[in-house]
Design a protein around this ligand. Structure first.
Ligand SMILES: *[C@@H]1O[C@H](CO)[C@@H](O)[C@H](O)[C@H]1NC(C)=O
Ligand SMILES: *[C@@H]1O[C@H](CO)[C@@H](O)[C@H](O)[C@H]1NC(C)=O
Ligand SMILES: *[C@@H]1O[C@H](CO)[C@@H](O)[C@H](O)[C@H]1NC(C)=O
Length: 180
């Protein structure tokens, strides 16, 4: 009888520990969003900021106006991870954005684009002129499609039109894996 009770207690303990909610609360949080080196002959920036909508939910918001019709835009993206300052980490990628919008290529860029596409104006092909935005973009840790070590990250994205930088955007976020 005693042995059976011990077994039941052990079984219950296992069931509680194995509950997905108990195991998996990883946490993703945008921590800063900056727009630099804006070429105001090409782009006006109205909004470049994070917005805390709940304690655990921060959205990223960008709203701008393109003053010229853009048919080619080179995008250089690099990821940094903090370790005594931000150090280059894993990806350093250059793509041609208009080609990408016609037919997505470069797997890591596709993964990231799929996360924010529905919050943005980028659901069509070039040319782009006038309003460009990513509004109310937020991310839950569970949506991150690849294993990610806990840490502070920066995704630095530089946008070039005709070899001149149009804007540099820095997206800072923290990720904590499997909190208990
Ligand atoms: C972007 O800003 C412009 C100018 O302030 C505004 O008219 C427009 O509605 C904004 N767009 C979005 C998606 O918020
Ligand atoms: C990343 O790529 C850019 C452009 O291709 C290059 O200038 C830079 O040196 C590269 N950085 C690293 C750390 O590889
Ligand atoms: C893109 O999204 C906008 C706003 O959600 C919508 O009005 C438009 O029809 C969409 N365009 C395409 C090509 O899906």
């Amino acid at each position: 009888m005693r042995a059976r009770l011990d077994f039941v207690v052990l079984l219950l303990a296992f069931l509680i520990v194995l509950q997905p909610d108990f195991i998996s609360p990883s946490r993703f949080k945008f921590t800063n969003f900056v727009c630099d080196s804006v070429d105001e002959s090409v782009l006006l920036v109205h909004t470049c900021r994070l917005k805390a909508v709940r304690r655990d939910k921060t959205t990223l918001n960008f709203n701008g106006t393109l003053l010229k019709s853009i048919n080619k835009c080179r995008v250089h993206a690099q990821i940094f991870k903090r370790a005594n300052g931000f150090k280059p980490w894993l990806y350093n990628i250059t793509i041609e954005a208009c080609r990408f919008l016609r037919k997505p290529y470069e797997a890591p860029v596709i993964l990231v684009f799929n996360l924010f596409k529905s919050f943005s104006v980028f659901n069509k092909t070039c040319p782009y002129e006038g309003s460009v935005y990513v509004m109310g973009f937020y991310l839950m840790a569970e949506q991150i499609p690849v294993p990610l070590p806990s840490g502070e990250y920066l995704i630095l994205i530089k946008w070039y039109v005709k070899d001149l930088m149009m804007i540099s955007t820095g997206i800072y976020f923290s990720f904590e894996e499997n909190l208990t």
